[in-house]
Design a protein around this ligand. Structure first.
Ligand code: FAD
Length: 295
């Protein structure tokens, strides 16, 4: 399959990229790793007049920690996020490491995953559970959007066509915090999840009471979603099996799966229950491990 014809631009910095986008509007598409965009061009699902290669934009690169926050540039690849750098939350590394195959992970970027916004996206889910914010740059400057309000539908977000996602920001991982990630597919690798779950737990200083919890669910709604019921079942409680079982029930009740050719709604709901329990156990073990490392 051949790519269609398009004009190719490689802006040198963010302001040049935004100016080009401003001139061309939705005739132009930013190009990051290309694992989604180039496939869609070949399949003739998209036919933009121009591609704006983002690879020259320093503003979208790197991982920086400052003032208790981590800033992750949109051009970070899944491989880099999965590599386990200390600034990258472990939960995000787990999700990024579950994406596609090594070849896909070497190209696929954080920004591309967030803009593509698939309901089962492996980078979106951990970031949602971590309480991350997307930073969008546009003609009028930058705006920060909490991921909780960022996704609007499959492939559809609050990002405007003339905006570029430059980075995400989130709190620096600290002791007493742990994350768990579980992905179920019809195959072991190169698979978009049938159901995936990211769980984030923050423990009080006693090492067992849950100070804050978020459970993000994938492939069970038109967008990645948080389970309010799971957070409620966990917050303020002792992190133990009975409370995790209640949270898993609440997550299954919050999920909004539908029947499709890959699995029934009932099966997906069952799997939300199972994977939430496993993700919470994994998160607790990492949270308690990080507390011990601090002591
Ligand atoms: C074989 C294969 C397997 C895959 N497996 C998985 C999987 O297991 N899990 C998963 O989550 N995904 C998977 N994907 C989907 C894809 O790899 C990811 O969504 C990836 O993160 C997209 O990133 P990218 O850099 O390649 O985006 P691109 O393809 O470059 O861009 C995707 C879209 O985002 C826009 N865009 C990209 N970056 C920006 C930015 N900074 N600002 C504004 N717009 C931007 C582009 O214009 C385009 O519309 C798979 C894809 C393939 C081909």
């Amino acid at each position: 399959m051949l790519l269609p014809c398009f004009d190719y631009y490689r802006p040198a910095d963010l302001s040049e990229a935004l100016a080009l986008l401003g001139q061309m509007g939705d005739q132009a598409k930013p190009l990051a790793g290309g694992t989604d965009l180039l496939v869609n061009l070949k399949l003739k699902k998209l036919a933009p007049k121009a591609l704006l290669d983002l690879s020259g934009l320093e503003e979208l690169k790197g991982i920086r920690g400052e003032n208790g926050q981590v800033s992750l540039g949109a051009l970070n690849t899944a491989s880099r996020l999965a590599a386990g750098a200390t600034e990258v939350p472990g939960l995000l590394s787990l999700g990024a490491g579950a994406l596609g195959s090594p070849q896909v992970r070497n190209r696929a970027t954080l920004g591309g995953n967030l803009v593509t916004a698939r309901p089962a996206a492996d980078i979106c889910l951990p970031l949602l559970a971590l309480g991350a914010k997307a930073v969008l740059a546009g003609p009028d400057g930058e705006r920060e959007v909490a991921l909780d309000g960022y996704f609007k539908g499959p492939g559809y977000t609050v990002k405007e066509p003339d905006e570029i996602l430059t980075r995400v920001v989130l709190d620096t991982p600290r002791p007493g915090v742990g994350g768990g990630y579980q992905k179920l597919g019809l195959r072991q690798a190169m698979e978009i999840a049938l159901v995936n779950v990211a769980a984030y737990l923050e423990l009080e200083d006693d090492g067992k009471t849950v100070a804050l919890a978020r459970v993000a669910l994938g492939a069970v709604a038109p967008t990645p979603m948080l389970s309010p019921g799971a957070s409620q079942a966990l917050t303020g409680k002792t992190a133990e099996e009975s409370c995790f079982t209640q949270a898993a029930e609440a997550a299954a009740a919050d999920a909004k799966p539908i029947d499709d050719h890959r699995g029934s709604a009932a099966y997906r709901r069952d799997m939300v229950r199972t994977l939430t329990l496993r993700a919470l156990r994994q998160a607790l073990s990492l949270a308690q491990g990080s507390k011990e490392a601090q002591a």
